[in-house]
Write a protein that binds this ligand. Structure first.
Ligand code: SF4
Ligand code: SF4
Length: 336
């Protein structure tokens, strides 16, 4: 989000809406990435598993998605997975409709299949391709979305390469080799890093220690001064160093609605679902907003406090509005 976008975002919050909507548009995915949270039993927090939910295709998916957009009135919609490209036909019809509504769209994909050529014409589309480290590691972790396929499928597009750092990627020279390779690709416009966010109490090889998080942030910092495509603002790095203590302290989760493939079940507290260890959060947007919240206006009031007041006002406004719209026009006047 840039400075120009802050005012409309604030306007939505003051009217009681969450400006960001994240949709798991399908439960299907041909990959089996280690550390994937989407198919874990606790992801939905309601005893159901994502694979048991119904999902929609064709006109029904488009209509239901637009109905959600009308209900939540987001400024930005992220399509995540499963693998969103499984529904590329529907997305090809949906993205221009969302553009007509002034909504920015992000598609987070493994690029396991060809990204449709007509998507290069969509001005509101931001394509983020997930890459898990150097070729050998990535291909082992994310086949069939191998390096060879990603390079082929993103040709002609302008994509963001997104890498989630895990301990293995902190070997000497590893991240630099990664950035060097992807910086050289003409289709790549930006390279982003996040850190692996674990679930509470789950010990897996992807989990970073506190020391490893510090090393990762230092490496990203030094890479961004050497490679112009690495986008890592100070506020994001600061947020990685000091993540929110809990979902209650996380601004990102309070401005984003996350919905699973039945287009009804909400995922909480954030897209990761389950019980994330917020104190080890590595989410880019979460980190950026955590740091923004710590900025003090005129050195006095923290932006997070202003946000909390704005959100309360917005919730009151919307509740009052909803209540008024349910009342008869003149409750004291009987018509019969
Ligand atoms: S591509 Fe995404 S949804 Fe599919 S297995 Fe990997 S992390 Fe999970
Ligand atoms: S984005 Fe990070 S800090 Fe916020 S709720 Fe999710 S895991 Fe916790």
């Amino acid at each position: 989000m840039n400075k120009k976008e802050i005012i409309p975002v604030w306007g939505r919050i003051l009217r009681g809406y969450r400006p960001f909507l994240s949709l798991e548009i399908t439960k299907l995915c041909p990959l089996k990435c280690p550390g994937c949270y989407a198919y874990e039993p606790g992801h939905l927090n309601n005893g159901h598993r994502m694979k048991d939910l119904p999902e929609f295709v064709g006109d029904e998916l488009i209509e239901r998605t637009l109905a959600l957009v009308a209900r939540f009135r987001p400024l930005h919609v992220s399509f995540v997975g499963g693998e969103p490209l499984v529904r590329h036909r529907e997305l090809t019809r949906l993205i221009p409709k969302l553009n007509n509504l002034g909504i920015e769209v992000q598609v987070v994909t493994s690029a396991v299949r060809q990204i449709p050529a007509e998507w290069t014409e969509f001005p509101n589309l931001h394509l983020a391709v997930s890459v898990d480290g150097l070729k050998n590691d990535h291909d082992a972790r994310r086949a069939p979305a191998t390096y060879e396929r990603i390079l082929r499928h993103m040709t002609g597009h302008r994509v963001i390469i997104h890498c989630t750092i895990i301990p293995r990627f902190l070997a000497s020279g590893y991240l630099e080799e990664f950035v060097h390779f992807w910086s050289d690709q003409k289709s790549v416009r930006k390279i982003l890093f996040s850190l692996f966010t674990p679930q509470r109490g789950v010990q897996i090889p992807e989990r970073l220690t506190r020391a490893e998080r510090g090393i990762a942030v230092d490496r990203i910092h030094s890479l961004r001064s050497k490679y112009t495509k690495v986008h890592a603002p100070d506020l994001v790095l600061e947020g990685f160093r000091h993540p929110p203590a809990s979902p209650r302290d996380c601004i990102f989760t309070q401005v984003t609605t996350c919905i699973s493939p039945d287009l009804a079940t909400q995922i909480a507290p954030c897209q990761i679902g389950g019980r994330p260890e917020c104190s080890e959060c590595g989410c880019l947007a979460g980190a950026w907003l955590a740091s923004v919240g710590r900025i003090k206006l005129a050195g006095l009031i923290k932006l997070s406090d202003i946000f909390a007041v704005s959100k309360k006002l917005g919730d009151c406004f919307r509740n009052g509005h909803n209540l008024r719209s349910r009342l008869p026009a003149n409750p004291g006047l009987r018509t019969q």
